[in-house]
Structure formats: structure tokens, C-alpha cells
Design a protein. Structure first.
Length: 104
């Protein structure tokens, strides 16, 4: 099932037990890390080079640890070859402190 692009006024939204995130990626960084919100995007740095979607693949792998999910639980809705991305994380078991829980 293909997901539709969701316009949001903040960097995150919950769709049931799916977390939707707007991300602003920085490839080729020194380390992998989540940053702070910037407008309606969450900054994320990844150490991979932006070649053929490798930085996005690396980002997904990094985010599996941050959210306690498998790679197949993270869908890149748009932005695979762009710094502006939207992802969907199904049933995250962990949340970074910058993201409130669905029931907060």
C-alpha cells in the first residue's frame, strides 16, 4: 500500500500507532545523531555519503535503533534522494526525548 504525503504543521504526527516524521537530513556528517526541530522538520545527521540513496538507507538503519524497530517498520514516504524527507515509523517501541508519546 502506497502512503500519501502528509502536510504537517510540526515535525511529527501520530496516525494511530504510526509515527510520521518530517526530516531535514545532513549527509556526510561526522556522526549519526538526531538534532533539534527546525520549523516543521527534525534535523538528522548521518555519516554516509549522499550517493544513490545510500545516506537515506544509512539513516533508516540508524533510526531502527532510535525507535526500537526493524528496517521494514520504517517507510520513506518521500525524499529518498533529497535532504527533505518524510518517514513513517510503525509501532515504535522507543522514542527520542524530542518526540512526545502518542498519548501525551
Amino acid at each position: 500500500m502506497a502512503s500519501q504525503r502528509m502536510k504537517m504543521n510540526t515535525f511529527y504526527a501520530w496516525d494511530g500507532d504510526v509515527l510520521i516524521l518530517n526530516l531535514l537530513g545532513t549527509p556526510n556528517a561526522k556522526t549519526d545523531k538526531l538534532g533539534k526541530p527546525k520549523g516543521n522538520q527534525l534535523k538528522i545527521n548521518v555519516a554516509a555519503k549522499p550517493r544513490g540513496g545510500r545516506a537515506t538507507d544509512h539513516m533508516v538503519k540508524f533510526l531502527t535503533k532510535e525507535f526500537g524497530v526493524k528496517a521494514c517498520d520504517i517507510e520513506v514516504v518521500f525524499g529518498r534522494m533529497n535532504v527533505n524527507k518524510q518517514i513513517r515509523v510503525s509501532k515504535p517501541t522507543k522514542l527520542p526525548s524530542v518526540i512526545p508519546a502518542a498519548n501525551s
